[in-house]
Design a binder for this molecule. Structure first.
Ligand code: FES
Length: 649
């Protein structure tokens, strides 16, 4: 007969095609995901396939060595210059000549799962919105007076089935020189956002572009801005960097920035300018660190809390400072990156902002929800992202609830007498001997404990957030602090470590004041600040548990850079989190950053989190009277009434 059976693995898709059909065309006809950037011209090698020969009893076929056409001149040339792996063929050149079984290796699929090397890194689903497409464009002529953009659009339609191409003015401005430089052969970066909007020309490169396109995943926090530069072909991270949010000079925390905007005409605009400048600096730094051309960065995904979101977009955050905390918009946005000042990258690059969950619960929390996906699990997860505000998610496959809780900056070492940000010299681990009450500690940047001779004589600068949590928990375990949070109500008063300070006491961790060095203590005020912060966190979690109708959870996930450093045991001794077996407390690292990368690499992830955010049930802590009750009861260490059986176990 004139046709032949083609079976693709691993998809299992099969069908009959006319003999002589190129494998790439057969794959397209049968809906098989086989990559191509050059459109079948034998240039890109993205279409590689591996034919199988012999008996395939499962499929009921026998495949002979002549099932595919012999290697042609294009393939031979490619193999000679670039080298084809053993057993591989170019799918755009090899034609089906008989019944055949064809394997599409993972790297030849556009939509692929990329398994990362380290165990903590999750599988990245690749399904990028913007793809490089090589096209050959008709030259202009006196007889056919169409514009260059129209001819490019026609070429993309006939060669890639891209219909109704749109282009921003910024891209149009670069179109003509690039088309001529490439001699009418160009690689177009085209975004298909998958949200019903027309395909969009994002960037254009002369000739066939060998290197991949890139994207930025940015976690815009109120204190720090962290970014990753990611290759959009396989999701690998080429550079990571961070900088301080320059808005800090307008106010340490979110509410002080909202008040700055309220009190100062033009204040919001000043903060908008500051943060946009920082994003541009970060984009440039990342491209330099990765050694790539910033003009090939075609997408950015940004996650942030609602106030950061509004200030970045140039929207007045004033409504977010007062009930009912109305957002200007909470929907996901797909904007021209240049509109938010991301100009060092491709002129037509797009920026995607994840949806906000509620007036207090931002796109950063949505990114955590995307990364941790509690709705995919049967067991009940409590996920806390601890920063200046704690974002809390509670849920399983039946439903997911979210709230945010005003923990304040104490967990980050702010408003603590010896507190500081996590930096070399900061105490991050501490143990207190329950008998002698003597402390030993470790500082950031030094692998040794302070009682180890190898510790040396480093400068000890203060206590960071995880350090203060351990210090207070250890003080409680050693009996230096009582359940109400009072220092020195027990027999320790008068020991060298527990000394009077006004009408209260303080615990001395390190004292180099005799030599003019620092004196690092935990004061009664510090304990109170930690109690307020941890009560707020616990009360938020309890409120969600009430709504869910449960009094225990199955697992606790600590997210955020800080979450990665908290010791689960000490968090539970303090009563920051509800009682669960210690083994059920895990750290998700920077889950918001992971969620941003997932959205950067996958259109399906974007649609997924947009739908999930609509389903998440939002709980507003500020108007919930039970929040206040829970807050008061959670002030005790670990808690006034709730049992903590796992602590005594
Ligand atoms: Fe580019 Fe085959 S599609 S080499």
């Amino acid at each position: 007969s004139d046709d032949a059976l083609v079976i693709f693995t691993p998809s299992g898709k099969r069908g009959r095609v006319a003999k002589g059909t190129p494998v790439l065309a057969a794959a397209r006809a049968l809906g098989v995901d086989l990559d191509s950037v050059c459109g079948g011209r034998g240039i890109c090698s993205k279409c590689q396939i591996a034919p199988g020969y012999g008996e395939f009893p499962k499929h009921g076929v026998t495949v002979g060595a002549d099932a595919l056409s012999p290697i042609n001149a294009v393939e031979e040339r490619y193999d000679r210059i670039r080298g084809l792996k053993e057993g591989r063929r170019l799918g755009c050149q090899a034609c089906v000549m008989g019944d055949v079984v064809i394997d599409v290796p993972a790297e030849s699929q556009v939509h692929k799962q990329v398994i990362r090397k380290s165990a903590t890194e999750r599988v990245m689903e690749m399904d990028p919105a913007t793809r490089p497409l090589y096209v050959e464009v008709a030259e202009p002529s006196m007889h056919e007076p169409s514009g260059d953009l129209e001819r490019l659009a026609a070429a993309l339609e006939s060669q890639w089935q891209i219909k109704g191409l749109q282009a921003d003015l910024a891209v149009m401005a670069r179109l003509q020189p690039v088309l001529r430089k490439g001699n009418w052969q160009v690689t177009a970066a085209v975004q298909e956002a998958g949200d019903g909007t027309a395909p969009r020309l994002v960037a254009l490169f002369p000739g066939y572009r060998e290197a991949p396109l890139y994207g930025l995943a940015i976690d815009l926090g109120s204190t720090t801005i962290a970014g990753h530069l990611v290759a959009l072909d396989d999701g690998r991270v080429l550079a990571s960097s961070g900088l301080m949010n320059p808005q800090i000079r307008f106010g340490e925390d979110l509410m002080s920035r909202v008040s700055y905007a309220m009190m100062n005409p033009g204040g919001a605009a000043e903060m908008t300018t500051a943060v946009r400048g920082a994003l541009a600096t970060l984009a440039e730094a990342l491209a330099t660190e990765a050694g790539i051309d910033a003009a090939a960065v075609v997408e950015a995904v940004i996650v942030c809390n609602p106030v950061m979101h509004h200030l970045l977009l140039g929207l007045d955050p004033v409504e977010l400072g007062q009930a009912p905390f109305a957002l200007a918009t909470g929907h996901a946005l797909n904007l021209a990156a240049a509109e938010i000042g991301l100009t060092p990258i491709a002129a037509g690059a797009r920026a995607y902002l994840l949806p906000l969950i509620a007036g207090h619960v931002g796109a950063d929390c949505a990114a955590v929800a995307l990364s941790e996906a509690p709705e995919t699990r049967e067991d009940l997860s409590l996920i806390v992202d601890v920063g200046t505000n704690a974002e809390i998610l509670l849920g399983n496959s039946t439903r997911v609830l979210a709230c945010s809780s005003p923990t304040g900056p104490a967990f980050e070492g702010a408003q603590i007498s010896s507190g500081q940000r996590a930096a070399p010299g900061a105490i991050e681990r501490i143990e207190i001997d329950p008998v002698t009450k003597e402390p030993r500690f470790r500082i950031i940047g030094n692998a040794h404990w302070s009682d180890d001779p190898d510790f040396g004589t480093p400068t000890i600068t203060g206590i960071c957030g995880s350090g203060i949590i351990e210090a207070v928990a250890e003080m409680r375990l050693a009996g230096i602090v009582d359940p109400s949070g009072l220092i020195g109500s027990a027999e320790q008063v008068g020991t060298a470590r527990c000394v009077p300070m006004g009408r209260t006491h303080e615990y001395v961790i390190h004292d180099a004041s005799a030599e003019g060095g620092p004196r690092i203590t935990v004061t009664q005020g510090d304990i109170r600040a930690i109690q307020l912060a941890k009560s707020a966190l616990y009360a938020g979690a309890r409120l969600l548990m009430d709504e869910m109708g449960v009094d225990k959870v199955d697992r606790v996930v600590l997210a955020g850079a800080f979450g990665a450093h908290i010791s689960p045991k000490h968090a539970m001794v303090l009563g920051m989190i509800p009682d669960v077996p210690l083994a059920a407390v895990t750290s998700a690292g920077n889950a918001a950053g992971t969620g941003a990368r997932m959205a950067l690499c996958s259109v399906a992830a974007r649609r997924g989190i947009e739908a999930q955010v609509r389903r998440i049930i939002k709980i507003e802590t500020a108007i919930e009277p039970r929040f206040q009750e829970h807050f008061v009861a959670a002030n005790a260490i670990p808690h006034a009434t709730d049992p903590f059986p796992e602590l005594t176990a």
